[in-house]
Design a protein around this ligand. Structure first.
Ligand code: ZN
Length: 271
């Protein structure tokens, strides 16, 4: 009897590993009750002991409540609250917090490849949320206006100095590793920012990101299993790496095969 099962063991192991990779991380509605700990990469990882961003606070609103993607590492929660407060003090407007991550991180069923390890957050560029807060309890299906003009080859009149200031505030937060914006936005900053341009280094051009910007924190010291992203090269990034985005090329987004979920994430799937 036992022998028979021994033979099956490798198959059971494969099935088990597969089920971890394909696990539906969106089913978890509560973080683990453990100390905050980031495992893996932002595009292949998870988080123990995540915290929820309160759905409303000084200078901000969380949107798309039905997605329950308002969890992150306490440092992310702290960073977003601080940014909203600073924006409020400088009268930049009210921040709308889009997706952070799921209660235990992991792959999202739709919308992003990253946002898996509690270190990413999307903040909308629309700084004047309409009065939907009461009328629309889930704050869902809200229009997110783009900052690009109608031919998609420049910024429109919605883009203002307030947005530049907001990005500067965000980039100057020490825990922030990088911020993704549309290449036209990066180019605008390259052309308009004078004085201290140090913070431009953290502003990275990327696909889309014309109606929100994406904040990514560095790996917290207390999470040695957090895998660091390659460092950004020195300088303001207003160089050939930016020009690349405006050249004609056939390169497309990589279609790299998904790697296996870090084993340490397994512990987060029980209970
Ligand atoms: Zn994002």
């Amino acid at each position: 009897m036992l022998k028979k099962y021994k033979k099956l063991l490798p198959i059971i192991m494969i099935l088990f590993t597969h089920s971890i990779n394909a696990a539906d991380w969106s089913q978890f509605t509560t973080p683990t009750n453990t100390k905050p700990y980031v495992i893996g990469k932002t595009n292949n990882g998870c988080i123990a002991g995540a915290q929820a961003l309160p759905l409303q606070g000084d200078g901000y609103l969380v949107v798309h409540l039905e997605r329950r993607r308002y969890y992150g590492h306490p440092l992310l929660i702290q960073t977003l609250k601080m940014l909203a407060k600073q924006a409020q003090q400088q009268q930049l407007g009210v921040l709308q917090m889009g997706d952070l991550g799921q209660a235990r991180g992991g792959a999202l069923p739709f919308g992003h490849r990253s946002h898996q390890s509690g270190l990413d957050a999307d903040v909308w560029f629309n700084l004047n949320p309409a009065s939907y807060a009461n009328a629309n309890k889930q704050r869902s299906n809200i229009k997110q206006p783009s900052m690009l003009n109608s031919n998609g080859k420049g910024l429109n009149a919605r883009w203002t100095n307030k947005h530049r200031k907001l990005l500067e505030l965000a980039a100057n937060i020490a825990e922030v590793d990088r911020i993704f914006v549309n290449p036209y936005i990066k180019r605008d900053l390259c052309e308009t920012v004078s004085g201290n341009r140090q913070w431009l280094q953290k502003i990275r051009p990327w696909y889309h990101h014309d109606e929100h910007f994406h904040i990514r924190l560095r790996c917290p010291e207390s999470s040695p299993d957090c895998i660091k992203q390659a460092a950004i090269s020195v300088g303001d990034g207003c160089d050939a790496t930016l020009a690349w985005w405006f050249e004609k090329h056939t390169a497309s987004r990589s279609t790299k095969k998904k790697s296996a979920m870090p084993k340490a994430c397994r512990a987060l799937l029980s209970d």
